[in-house]
Each structure stands twice: as structure tokens, then as C-alpha cells.
Design a protein around this ligand. Structure first.
Ligand SMILES: NC(=O)C1=CN([C@@H]2O[C@H](COP(=O)(O)OP(=O)(O)OC[C@H]3O[C@@H](n4cnc5c(N)ncnc54)[C@H](O)[C@@H]3O)[C@@H](O)[C@H]2O)C=CC1
Ligand SMILES: O=C(O)CCC(=O)C(=O)O
Length: 555
């Protein structure tokens, strides 16, 4: 029996299928707070008390909702579209956003296809007539799909699933997707059209499966509709606004477009007097694309599992704003993440004039797949020690960008003779050179390695070579290389009651022939600032800094 304590609180802020909620409750390390139907104001008040929040499209996670994120670490969207989540605000606060992209693909494709069939056969108005007591067979002559040409706009998961179904119905399929760099798709069965405006006049039916953004908003408008065949049927089960609704109503009224099947609206729910609600040529559903028993079970379970996996450090699935971060690192990658964090801590105090470029060089095939995570680990330490706002793997790249700090990771799959290796180079802005700063001091370089014992080693700092395990309280001293320096430092430490547990010394000659040394002291207690001040003013000491690193338990 598990003895794990309940540590992660998961908030369900939308109506989710019971299966996902039951799964959360069955987990020994999770508690569920079901607040389906909560409004934004209430959500803002409680969201920070939870580690994760799961939503569908019924609630908006705005910047205001995320103003005091408290413990919140992950927002899981049980579904695909994340337009109800302020991604920039989540990223800025270091909150991971995940979705469950695969789980509702077939269901949504089926709904779009159902709208297509029903619109082509006028099922909606025919049903209404019958319900009202009528029986009009001549009025509702439909159109057959077989032999017609369908335009699929957005050839991602859902677009392709719709195309597959259209082909099975013996339709010709044309696709438009600017991110599809091919002449044809699906083994040559689908022709790819390069320009959306070329697609519209060629098709009898058109269906949209794109996200809503500045490029897709209003992409089908009156001007483009006027180039269409007059019998064009328009299906939108993607996002309201991709087809301009006002223009569509005009086009339907004026016979420019034959009919429309719509599942999504610019404002949901649409106003009571929205002209598409009761338009004789429109078949409308209230955003039901993903609403099947199967899809809702799947998205609910997938969202819950992704949220908890991230909180447990098991991995990131379906990340929307994580840019390649992994938490499921292999032992060697995890050891490098720890080493790089220590390396950044060690050179941090030497960076006195700001940061403009950070370069991480990774050698070794095993490190390549963790490159983004390792780069962000270095940045998180370098910036986290300097910024007031919380910095973590999610928000650190955006924070660096905001500050015009350039970050680059160079990976090489060729192992060095000594094995894998990480080199971190941090450069300050050139215009920061003043009389007290030598240009060489603007670049800080540290090299580390992890051997088979998985313990972190630093093998070089700014050209001083060594083999040192970075841990605990450390004092870094750069000094002139002359007799008496070690004794002098020892007596200052002794007078301050600080025991030196270990010492590493490395020497280096400058291009002018001046020899200096780097002394790294491992001490049993952190020095008071006044002790550091005292040692830094001793004759022959060029620089002094103290660093506190985590201890090492492994090995
Ligand atoms: N009605 C409903 O209940 C549901 C609606 N959706 C909507 O369906 C959309 C598609 O979902 P998936 O296929 O899973 O996403 P996806 O990311 O697999 O596919 C979207 C495709 O759109 C393409 N695209 C992007 N910009 C484009 C542009 N300007 N013109 C043409 N193509 C462009 C992308 O390259 C991509 O291939 C989602 O964005 C979501 O808004 C998703 C699930 C349920
Ligand atoms: O039913 C829902 O939650 C909305 C589905 C949807 O639009 C999506 O997953 O993007």
C-alpha cells in the first residue's frame, strides 16, 4: 500500500468528464477541488491555492486571473484550443500550459463532417419543417458529396482526419496550410494549394481547421467569398472569427454562398438575435465539436495525467508554452542539469557588469535532447539570483528576451576524450567597460564534467584548470601568485572561526606573463560579509566572492 502523502492540489475549473476526476482522486499524491462553473473573479481568488488547474473552453484564464499565481505551476487544457488562456501571462509567471491535442481529433473531425453532410442535405431545415407539421420533399433537394471538391484549410490533426473521411466519401480534396511544404499530401491523394485565394474558387465545399490568430482571423471574408462558386458550402468547426460572420450573413442573403455549417462563433454564446442562430441557410451547433462521451473521457483523463506528471517531475506532455523543456531527464542529463546549475552559481558572483550573451556548449550525444532544458537551467540560475520576480524553466527564456540577453546553445554529438562536457560562457555588455573593469573581465567561462559516478566536477574557471566537486559553502579568491598567500588567507579565516575543509589552487599566466592563482576554499560555514571584505582587502588578493551550493548526497 502506498504511503505517499497528498501533496498536489488540482483544481477543476470547468465541467470535466467524471473519469478524469475519479482518476485524480485515485492518486495517492493528489487532491481534487471541483469548482466547475466558477467565474473568473472567484477563480482569481482561489487559483493560487492549487498546484494545477484543469479547464475546457468554459472559463478564461486571463492575466488578471493569474495575477497572484501562488502555488500554481501548470494549467491543463482538456481540449485543443488555448485561446481562452493568456499564454503570455502564464509564461511570464512561469506556469506551464499543456493541452490534450490528440484526444478529441476524431470526434471533432466527425462533427465537422456531420455538419458537412447535414448542410449538403439540408437536414436542419427539413427536420424543422417536419417538427412544425410539414412534409415538403421538393424544397429540400440536397447535394451529393461524392464527386465534389472539398477544400480543407489547416491540414493538421483534425484537417487530415476530415480529409481522410472525405476521400472515403469519394470526394476530391484540396488542402491549404502554409506550414505544409509539399505538392501533395496523404500519398498523393490530396493536392496542396499554395495560396488560400487560389483555393476558394476551386472548391464546392470548404472546411476550416486552423487556430484563431492574426493570420486566420477573417480569412474568409466577403471579398474572398465573391470569388467562390455560388453553390459553396462553408463549414467552421475551428474557431469563431476565422470566417467573418457578418460577411457570411451578407453572402448567404445575397446568394454568394449557398449554405453554412457552424459550430463556433466569434462570441460564445452568440447574442440571442445573432442572425446565424435562425438563418434558413445555416446549420448551427453550440460548440459541440469535442462533445462526445469518448472524447470528453479522453481529454479529462489526459489533462489530469499531464498535469500530475509535470508536478511529479515525470515529464511534460502536450506542452504549449514550454519550448522543449523536459523534466524526464536521463540520469546523465539530470546530473548535467545539476552541474550546470552549480556552474552558473559559481560564476554568478563574478558577473558584476551585467549579462548580454550566454552561451552553453554541450558535448556528447547524450546531452543533445536535453539542450533546451540545460540552457534554461543555466539562465534560471544566472537571472534568478538577480531578479525579484520568480524565475523558472518556463519563463526564463522570455525574461532573457525581454532584457535583450542573447542565449545560444551549441551542441556537439562528438564526445570529448574525457567524455561529455558542458561549457558556460557569460559575456557582459562591451559598453560596460570602465576604468575598474578590464575587458577580459566581461567574459566568464566555466567548464564542467560528469563522470560515471554522476558527481559534478568543475574542470576550469576562466582559464584556471582544476578538478573540483562544487558543493557547500565556497569562497573563491583570485590572487597574485606569490609566497605567503595561502597562510594569510588561512589566518584570516582562522581568526573569523571559519574552518577550511578543502582547498583547490590553480595558476594561470596572462598574455603579459603575469601569473595569478584562483583559490577555491570549501568552508564549514558561510563567511560573514565583513570577513569577505577583510580578505578582499588583503595585499595580493585581487577578487573575493562567496557562494553557497547545495550539498551532494549521491555517490
Ligand atoms: N469545435 C471544437 O469543439 C473544436 C475545435 N478545435 C479547433 O480546431 C483547430 C485545429 O485543431 P488541430 O487540428 O488539433 O490543430 P493542429 O495544430 O493539428 O492543426 C492546425 C493546422 O492549422 C495550420 N495553420 C496555421 N495557420 C494557418 C493559416 N494561416 N492558414 C492555414 N492553415 C494554418 C497549421 O499549420 C496546422 O497544420 C484548433 O485550433 C481548435 O481551435 C479543436 C478541437 C475541438
Ligand atoms: O468542448 C470543449 O471543451 C471545446 C473543445 C475545443 O474547442 C477545443 O478543444 O479546442
Amino acid at each position: 500500500m502506498s504511503t505517499a502523502t497528498k501533496t498536489f492540489s488540482i483544481l477543476a475549473a470547468d465541467k470535466l468528464a467524471k473519469e478524469g476526476l475519479d482518476w485524480i482522486e485515485s492518486q495517492p499524491d493528489a487532491t481534487l477541488a471541483d469548482h466547475a462553473g466558477i467565474d473568473e473573479k472567484q477563480l482569481a481568488e482561489i487559483i493560487g491555492q492549487h498546484d494545477a488547474v484543469i479547464v475546457r473552453s468554459g472559463v478564461n484564464i486571463t492575466a488578471e486571473v493569474l495575477r497572484n499565481p501562488g502555488s500554481l505551476k501548470v494549467i491543463a487544457r482538456a481540449g485543443v484550443g488555448v485561446d481562452n488562456i493568456d499564454l503570455a501571462a502564464a509564461t511570464e509567471k512561469g506556469i506551464l500550459v499543456v493541452n490534450t491535442a490528440e484526444a478529441s481529433t476524431l470526434t471533432t473531425a466527425e462533427h465537422a463532417f456531420a455538419l458537412l453532410l447535414a448542410t449538403a442535405r439540408q437536414i436542419g431545415p427539413a427536420c424543422k419543417t417536419l417538427a412544425a407539421g410539414g412534409w415538403d420533399r421538393s424544397k429540400f433537394k440536397g447535394r451529393q458529396l461524392a464527386g465534389k471538391t472539398l477544400g480543407v484549410v489547416g491540414f493538421g490533426r483534425i484537417g487530415q482526419a476530415v480529409a481522410e473521411r472525405a476521400l472515403a466519401f469519394e470526394m476530391d480534396v484540396l488542402a491549404f496550410d502554409p506550414f505544409l511544404n509539399a505538392e501533395t499530401a496523404m500519398d498523393g491523394r490530396v493536392k496542396v494549394i499554395r495560396d488560400f485565394k487560389d483555393l476558394v474558387p476551386k472548391v464546392d465545399m470548404i472546411t476550416f481547421h486552423v487556430p484563431l490568430n492574426d493570420h486566420t482571423r477573417g480569412m474568409l471574408n466577403l471579398e474572398v467569398m465573391k470569388t467562390a462558386r455560388p453553390h459553396l458550402i462553408v463549414i467552421n468547426a475551428a474557431r469563431g472569427g476565422v470566417v467573418d460572420e457578418n460577411d457570411l450573413v451578407t453572402a448567404l442573403d445575397e446568394g454568394i454562398i449557398a449554405a453554412a455549417g457552424f459550430d463556433v462563433f466569434t462570441t460564445e454564446p452568440p447574442a440571442a438575435d445573432h442572425p446565424l442562430r435562425d438563418h434558413p441557410k445555416a446549420l448551427v451547433t453550440p460548440h459541440l465539436g469535442a462533445s462526445t462521451v469518448e472524447a470528453q473521457q479522453a481529454v479529462s483523463i489526459d489533462a489530469a495525467k499531464s498535469a500530475l506528471a509535470y508536478l511529479r517531475g515525470e515529464g511534460i506532455k502536450g506542452a504549449v508554452n514550454a519550448g522543449g523543456i523536459r523534466v524526464d531527464l536521463s540520469p546523465i542529463q539530470a546530473a548535467y542539469a545539476d552541474l550546470i546549475d552549480r556552474m552558473a552559481s559559481l560564476i554568478g558572483p563574478m558577473i558584476t557588469r551585467g549579462i548580454c550573451n550566454v552561451t552553453l556548449e554541450l558535448r556528447g550525444s547524450e546531452l543533445t535532447s536535453a539542450a533546451s532544458t540545460l540552457e534554461r537551467t543555466a539562465l534560471t540560475r544566472l537571472l534568478g539570483d538577480r531578479l525579484d520576480s520568480p524565475v523558472n524553466l518556463i519563463n526564463v527564456s522570455a525574461l532573457a528576451r525581454d532584457r535583450s540577453i542573447t542565449c545560444k546553445t551549441v551542441t556537439s554529438e562528438v564526445d570529448t576524450p574525457g567524455g561529455t562536457q558542458a561549457t558556460l560562457v557569460v559575456e557582459g555588455p562591451r559598453d560596460a567597460v570602465d576604468t575598474a573593469t578590464h575587458p577580459d573581465d566581461l567574459t566568464r567561462r566555466i567548464v564542467g564534467r560528469v563522470y560515471d559516478d554522476l558527481r559534478p566536477r568543475v574542470v576550469e574557471i576562466n582559464g584556471y584548470h582544476m578538478d573540483m566537486i562544487p558543493r557547500g559553502d565556497m569562497i573563491l579568491l583570485q590572487n597574485e601568485d606569490r609566497p605567503g598567500m595561502i597562510g594569510m588567507v588561512g589566518s584570516v579565516m582562522g581568526e573569523a572561526g571559519i574552518n577550511i575543509a578543502d582547498m583547490t589552487i590553480s595558476r594561470r599566466a596572462s598574455s603579459e606573463g603575469n601569473v595569478t592563482a584562483l583559490m577555491l576554499l570549501k568552508v564549514d560555514a558561510a563567511p560573514e560579509p565583513k570577513v569577505l571584505e577583510q580578505v578582499s582587502t588583503c595585499a595580493g588578493i585581487l577578487k573575493a566572492a562567496a557562494v553557497k551550493l547545495p550539498s551532494i548526497t549521491a555517490g
